[in-house]
Design a protein around this ligand. Structure first.
Ligand code: FAD
Ligand code: SIN
Length: 546
């Protein structure tokens, strides 16, 4: 099979906020002899970013109640002391710049009657500091502005080639630990392409689809993380999966539409079917850190109770204006928030870990960068503070561009035997024949395994069960290199990511943040300041049993 070969100065994989912002900034500020390729698995606008509701942290001087030091303290406390102080401080200090830049690109943050920015509150924030767009459509608002810029700004569109419906499936890493580009697979034409570049950026988002219940869209199968792991990139903090406490839970439906934490920020409260406000005991009540609230709900559900959000504390007209999409989606599901409580349950939401990087996305592989949710800059520690992740996407993308602007971006087609070997796998080998294997069924089995054994509460026993069952699926689905469809490539990636999460969770024996071990000696939350995530303990969790 002949394969197309092409050259770019920079390849960006993924069109969420991290990828789009990086593409725009690069095109605006850096001389790029061979231009940028922005490739994305689905449509340009599809991503986790698009569905972000609550908002983005804005530590702004006009907010007299707020300061960098307060935001840093809140982030580190929510992360149970495992965040990197310098990273947190840097990202917080750059929040003002990030917000102003997004506004320059046409993002219109909500304002009050006096034309001042509206700040809202979410769990574990000590002050109102979260900016939003269209009430509960923050991600949509930011993504729309950035997509318009990429497509319609003549200078940007001239420099950025866009491939939609195209999956990055393998990195081209040579024998000297240099990334030389990647192999892509077009879902429509079924064609492979070898793409070379001096800089490759993974901006592929998180891993939510590895779990049965998730707030994440279907594209979020951990692809970039799996590509990085297969190429030998170091990962970090993969045991820390954030379960959002309040996703809409409708009987007989696996889908989990998010009910933003800012609904609680504006006054809604959690209760069970007996009318008990079970968060009352906690000092921060319904706005305790996300991991704490998720476990309290889990405990209610485990006792056979049902859990609801009581939004009657918010005036119903105000609710409609402030949360128009949530209001509409509830109504479509037969829930009128003016009269009804909203049934909720936790769902996998965010991956605190990822490919270990510096703030500018630099990974352990030369020329390979990772930004946004796929990366672990150590901002979030054991539990992400709400609305910090969109901010991290923008700040990391900005720093990436600064770094790339200092590199030599001339032609990159320096390939050795190792790279040729990777390309050959996709040109010569026939697709592995999975005719007798139901890939969709295996995906669903994997998601169940992860939900039941590597979820909100884990133990050594459940984690070992998961590992053995994941390995069973890996044996049935003995994927080699070339697959037949996106589903097959996704399953290959999901299996690797699931192993990585499970192995990391096995290694961390105590409960901390989002990682709760039912078999830990204390069995309770440890808030500590010592960093247990030293890199030497964390080298590639997936490799342990891969
Ligand atoms: P994404 O936005 O997920 O984009 C990843 C992109 O990569 C997508 O375009 C995808 O199609 C593409 N891709 C993936 N794999 C491949 C591949 N193999 N080849 C090609 N392309 C690929 N965070 C906040 O800070 N505030 C919020 O209010 C907030 N609300 C949220 C609400 C929901 C429902 C969800 C799901 C998340 C929310 N988050 C929020 C988290 C936040 O949205 C994400 O962490 C952030 O948007 C990640 O951005 P990203 O650019 O890294 O990745
Ligand atoms: C939400 O709106 O509750 C999600 C915010 C986030 O994940 O940061």
């Amino acid at each position: 099979m002949p394969m197309k070969h092409s050259n770019y100065s920079v390849i960006i994989v993924g069109s969420g906020i991290a990828g789009l912002y990086a593409a725009i900034k690069l095109a605006e500020t850096v001389e790029l002899p061979d231009g940028i390729l922005l490739l994305t698995k689905s449509q340009l606008s599809e991503s986790n970013s698009r569905y972000a509701q609550g908002g983005i942290v804005g530590v702004l001087p006009e907010n007299k109640l707020d300061s960098v030091s307060l935001h840093v303290a809140d982030t580190i406390k929510a992360g149970c002391g495992l965040s990197d102080f310098n990273v947190v401080k840097f990202i917080s200090e750059n929040s003002q710049h990030a917000i102003k830049d997004l506004m320059k690109y046409g993002v219109s943050f909500d304002k009050n009657d006096r034309n001042e920015l509206n700040f809202t509150l979410e769990g574990a924030h000590s002050v109102r500091r979260i900016l939003h767009v269209g009430g509960d459509a923050t991600g949509y608002g930011i993504e729309k502005a950035l997509v318009e810029k990429v497509k319609n700004d003549p200078h940007i569109s001239q420099n950025v080639t866009i491939y939609e419906q195209t999956l990055a499936i393998d990195l081209l890493k040579d024998s000297n630990n240099n990334c030389r580009g990647l192999i892509s697979f077009n879902n429509v034409t079924q064609e492979y392409e070898a793409i070379y570049a001096p800089v490759t950026v993974l901006a592929t988002g998180g891993t939510g689809q590895v779990y049965k219940y998730t707030t994440n869209p279907s594209v979020t199968t951990g692809d970039g993380l799996a590509l990085g792991i297969r190429a030998g990139a170091v990962t970090k903090d993969m045991e820390f999966i954030q379960f959002h406490p309040t996703a809409l839970s409708i009987e007989n439906s696996d889908s989990r539409f998010l009910i933003s934490e800012s609904v609680r920020g504006e006054g809604a409260r959690l209760l069970n079917q007996n009318g008990e406000y079970f968060m009352s005991e906690h000092a921060q009540k319904d706005l305790a850190p996300r991991d704490v609230v998720a476990r309290c709900i889990y405990s209610q559900l485990s006792k056979g109770n049902k859990v609801y959000l009581d939004a009657s504390f918010i005036d119903s007209d105000k609710f409609k204006n402030r949360f128009p999409n949530i209001y509409k989606t509830c109504l479509e599901n037969g829930i009128d928030i003016a009269h009804d409580n909203i049934p909720v349950a936790p769902a996998a939401h965010y991956c605190m870990g990822g490919i270990r990087t510096e703030i500018n996305g630099k990974t352990s592989i030369n020329n390979l960068y990772a930004i946004g949710e796929v990366a672990c800059t150590s901002l979030h520690g054991a539990n992400r503070l709400a609305s910090n992740s969109l901010l991290e996407c923008v700040v990391s993308a900005y720093e990436l561009v600064n770094t790339v602007s200092k590199l030599d971006l001339k032609s990159s087609k320096i390939i050795d035997e190792t790279v040729i070997g990777i390309i050959k796998k996709y040109t010569e080998a026939d697709s592995d024949n999975f005719d007798d294997v139901d890939v969709i069924d295996l995906k669903s089995k994997l998601k169940n395994i992860m939900w039941n054994n590597v979820g909100i509460v884990r133990s050594e026993e459940s984690l070992l069960t998961a590992l053995s069952e994941i390995n069973n699926i890996s044996e049935i689905y003995n994927s080699k290199d070339k697959c037949n469809s996106i589903d097959e490539y996704e399953l290959r990636n999901m299996l690797l990511v699931a192993k990585c999460i499970t192995n990391a969770a096995l290694k961390r024996k105590e409960s901390i943040g989002a990682h709760f071990r039912a078999d830990s000696s204390t069995g309770t939350q440890i808030h500590q300041t010592k960093d247990l995530s030293k890199d030497e303990d964390k080298i590639d969790d997936a490799k342990v049993t891969a």
